[in-house]
Each structure stands twice: as C-alpha cells, then as structure tokens.
Design a protein around this ligand. Structure first.
Ligand code: DGJ
Length: 304
C-alpha cells in the first residue's frame, strides 16, 4: 500500500522515479512509465537533466518492480533533441494491436520550453528498449503538456497544450499510432489549461486539466463533451477533500481503469528537489453526470 501525496518506494526500497507518467495494462501486467528524475537539481534551478523514461511493472499495483530505463537518454540517435540538457516530459504509452508495437509519445523541449514539440518512440516489448523514430511539432503547432487517449472506436489521439498553452488540441494519430494524420480539433480555447487526462464514460468524454502555474499546484478543472472533437465545456473543480482547491497539492497526469474502477494519477512536484516529488492515485467517479476525484490517504484504498 502507498501513501498518497508522498514519495513511493519500489520493491527494492528505492524511490519510484516515474513522474508525469501513465499506467498501461498488458497481458495481465501493469506498466508504469514516467520521467526518471533521480538526480540532484541543476544548481539554483527547478530542473534535473534528462536521464530517460523509466518503466516499472506490477501484477497488482501493491508493489512495483523497476524494469530499468525504457528509453535511455544515452541511446538518443544522432541529432536528437533528447539530450541531458533539454526537456523530456510526460511520457505516455499505448499498445498498437495492428503492429504489435508499444508506442511512446513524450513532450520534447529545449531547457526554456521554446521548441515545444514531441518525440515518438517504439518498442517490441513493454519494458523497452524504445527507439526514437520521430521528433516534431505535431501538425506544425507548438505542443507542451500532453497525453495520449485511445477512443472507443480504436483511434488514438495526442491531446496537447498549444498556442503557448492557451488552447488544448486533439490531434488524431495514424493507424500505427506513430504519427499525426493531419486531422485535429481545438478545445478549451483561450482557457490556458495543461496536464490533460481524459476518460470516456456512458457516452461522454471527460478531461481533467490543471491551470498553468509551472510546478505550483492550482485548481484542477474538468471539462466534458459529447464528442471528442466537439464543443468542450469547462464544468468545475472535481476534487473533494482537504486542499481540494490546490488539487491536494498535486497535478493531473493520467487516467486509467482497474477492476472496473477509474483512477487519476497525480504528481506532487517538489521543484527544488524534483527527485523527491510524490504521487497519488485517486478514485474518479461519475454520478448523475458529475465527475468527482475524492482524496483518499492510500492507494490501493484500505478496506473499511
Ligand atoms: C507544468 C507542467 O505541467 C510540467 O509538466 C512541467 O512542464 C512544468 N510546468 C515546468 O514548469
């Protein structure tokens, strides 16, 4: 069992380094991918040089085993922007059934976030190694915080903050998930949201986002829409519990399903000591069309 909001340990007693991450289920196993920030901050900054993207595995999420770097900065191809001095954040991984490949997308940037692009990498196994095949600005637009979302019809989407974070964009991926196919839509225009996490429930799409205040917590808001590329509407702060106005001191990164329940992953950033940033996994419910993220002290929840 893990204490929400705190640093989590792996099965070897080392702090889990999987920030801005996602969880994927494959062949009865769970895989947690995220930014490895396990080094000291660069002096006087809130950044840690890029190390790579970690992968942890688990049978039941009661403990996590470190599988190593699924993507190691040392293996970056020549000319790649994936370099220690740059930024490689918020990795998300989907399995493509047609190609049998695991596809990872991540936010790729220069240290001052002026490139605003993505990198795409593929692997034959969930634990990697992932090989970088593309670095770009999707549809020639800037792209910062991002997630991947697989729709009920099997299409996959890159959902990313664009227009200097003012607008969220939903960019459809090619059938093999390794590129954008040119079709995209805008959502929450001029609302300045980031850290998107999406889910679908009973005919509606829901998107939880944070405001844009760097590493500092702010109020999460959720938006809903009948169609993925329809008129998204911001509804309210979904958080319930102490500190709900500051998203329990966290920031959204991904929504996944387990045993018929839905969960939101949060990062609890420690900007001055990023490697000690904590995590939460909290239950998400939709009742009478209202989405709620309830604070609970542990994950998995303690039986009452
Ligand atoms: C907020 C984003 O959500 C994080 O992923 C990171 O890019 C920080 N900003 C950097 O300030």
């Amino acid at each position: 069992m893990f204490e929400n909001g705190k640093i989590w340990m792996d099965d070897a007693g080392r702090s889990i380094q999987a920030h801005g991450g996602c969880i994927l289920q494959h062949d009865g196993m769970w895989y947690w991918y995220g930014e490895h920030k396990g080094a000291e901050n660069c002096p006087g900054t809130t950044r840690v040089d890029v190390i790579g993207i970690s992968c942890y595995s688990s049978k039941d999420m009661n403990s996590w085993h470190y599988e190593g770097l699924a993507l190691d900065v040392k293996d970056s191809p020549e000319g790649s922007l994936i370099q220690p001095e740059n930024v490689c954040e918020r990795p998300k991984v989907l399995y493509n059934e047609k190609t049998g490949k695991f596809v990872m997308w991540m936010h790729l940037d220069t240290p001052r976030y002026t490139y605003a692009g993505v990198a795409v990498a593929v692997a034959d196994r969930p634990i990697g190694p992932f090989t970088v095949i593309r670095e770009m600005q999707p549809n020639r637009t800037d792209s910062r915080d991002m997630t991947l979302f697989k729709d009920v019809d099997g299409t996959a989407w890159l959902v990313h903050s664009s227009d200097w974070n003012k607008t969220l964009r939903l960019s459809r991926l090619t059938e093999d998930f390794t590129d954008v196919d040119g079709f995209y839509a805008s959502a929450l225009v001029d609302q300045t949201r980031e850290a998107p996490a999406l889910m679908y429930r009973d005919g509606k799409y829901y998107m939880i986002t944070s405001g844009c205040s760097g590493w500092q917590p702010n109020s999460a808001l959720y938006a809903e829409c009948d169609h993925l590329c329809g008129q998204w509407k911001l509804i309210d702060n979904p958080c319930e519990g102490d500190n709900y106005r500051r998203t329990f001191e966290g920031q959204s990164t991904y929504i996944f399903e387990k045993d018929g329940k839905t969960y939101l992953m949060l990062d609890h950033w420690k900007p001055k000591n990023v490697k000690n940033s904590g995590y939460s996994i909290l239950p998400v419910t939709v009742e009478n069309g209202i989405l709620t993220v309830k604070w609970q002290a542990t994950f998995p929840e303690q039986a009452s």
